[in-house]
Design a protein. Structure first.
Length: 401
């Protein structure tokens, strides 16, 4: 029999997602519509989420996604035209109707797409690029929020080398679900993240140099930028991040954590950048899929650079899911970057006033993919300031400001 967390934990989880994670730390408002995408394996969380939305005065739009439907078989049958089909009217309606989205990760088979040719996976992923653009625009205008959370399954626990109960104990600890008031704990974390975020913004950083084990990287921040983090975007989330000027990325970075992407596990990834482009991408495992992903439109450019302070994060073990692993703490914290799409809310003004030409001029990357890759190796991050001076902002797994 599969392990199921107590009802008190599931209710606390749902309350945290609806009344803190959404609305960027403020929760939903009465009358707002919340799309909930929840796999069959996370069904015990279905009613708690629905009821939490109803109690908050919102309108739940619940989508229960079935397990065991042979997704790989679909790729074997579908033509290229079918894989690239985009039901625009349906997705446009979702973009217009929904005010928030909760997505629950709960995998019944972590490697169900391992036998599918990478180009087919990317053809489907790239097809919904217009929807991502509509959502990004709505979010940038302050009219949309989202969060991602995780429900532990037997497959996820086994892949991480844990029992289901052990895996769930990691989720419970990471999300403060063991606290009398999880939202109060997250607000405390939010306060510290906000303190550091504002300090980073006050430095007006021109450039970052990242040095350490397997890392010798320069990231140009560029004008019109602010650091982001906290505020409920993903539970858990302990990171602070920025969408830099993609054109000013130079150097190499090695990632010691695996990347779980499109039903596959990629290991030993290393990237080399020249003039903002990935010119070399290698992986000890999954290299074909990595290169296919990088070949997607503008996916050879950086969209995000992120740091996690090991003192804040309660995640100390690899969980086999990017949501948790990109927020891992431990003695060295973590550095991760995303190739692909940038976050437009990294612009400190009103993003809705910028044109496509403005985004291109500022060096905000636009791509149908956004893929986070993680390193927990030791590194030092130095900021180069407008007057040319240098200041270490991150070392030994923690922010130094």
């Amino acid at each position: 029999m599969n392990y199921q967390p107590p009802a008190s934990i599931l209710n606390a989880y749902a309350n945290l997602l609806v009344n803190f994670a959404l609305g960027k730390g403020t929760g939903i408002k009465p009358g707002e519509v919340v799309q909930v995408q929840i796999p069959e394996g996370a069904k015990p969380l279905f009613a708690p989420l629905r009821d939490a939305i109803l109690r908050a005065g919102g309108h739940p739009f619940m989508q229960l996604l079935p397990d065991g439907v042979d997704v790989a078989g679909m790729y074997a049958i579908a033509s290229d035209e079918q894989l690239a089909f985009f039901p625009a009217a349906y997705y446009k309606g979702m973009a217009e109707q929904f005010d928030h989205r909760i997505r629950i990760l709960a995998e019944a088979d972590k490697y169900e797409l391992a036998t599918v040719p990478p180009e087919k996976i990317m053809r489907t992923a790239n097809a919904i690029e217009p929807y991502r653009r509509w959502i990004n625009e709505k979010e940038a205008a302050g009219n949309y929020s989202w969060t991602i959370a995780m429900y532990g399954t037997p497959a996820m626990a086994a892949d991480a080398g844990m029992t289901e109960e052990e895996y769930w104990q990691e989720i419970i600890a990471a999300c403060y679900l063991d606290a009398p008031d999880p939202i109060a704990e997250w607000k405390r974390v939010q306060d510290e993240l906000e303190r550091v975020r504002l300090a980073l913004n006050d430095l007006h950083i021109e450039e970052l140099t990242v040095e350490g084990e397997g890392i010798d990287l320069t990231v140009g921040v560029g004008e019109g930028r602010q650091w982001l983090g906290g505020g409920g975007m993903n539970i858990p989330s302990f990171e602070l991040f920025i969408s830099p000027d993609w054109r000013r990325t130079e150097g190499t970075i090695r990632f010691n954590q695996p990347l779980y992407y499109a039903g596959n596990r990629l290991e030993g990834i290393a990237l080399r950048f020249e003039k903002g482009h990935v010119v070399e991408a290698t992986a000890a495992k999954g290299q074909e899929l990595l290169r296919e992903m990088i070949a997607s439109k503008n996916a050879d450019r950086i969209g995000e650079f992120s740091l996690t302070d090991g003192r804040l994060s309660r995640i100390t073990k690899p969980m086999g899911e990017t949501l948790f692993d990109e927020n891992m703490g431990g003695p060295e914290g973590n550095t991760h970057l995303a190739v692909g799409n940038a976050y437009q809310d990294s612009y400190p003004g009103d993003p809705s006033t910028l044109t496509q030409e403005d985004w291109e001029r500022l060096g905000y990357n636009q791509s149908p993919v956004h893929t986070d890759i993680i390193s927990t190796e030791r590194r030092k991050v130095t900021a180069i300031l407008p007057d040319g001076s240098r200041r270490v902002i991150y070392e030994n797994g923690r922010f130094t400001i």
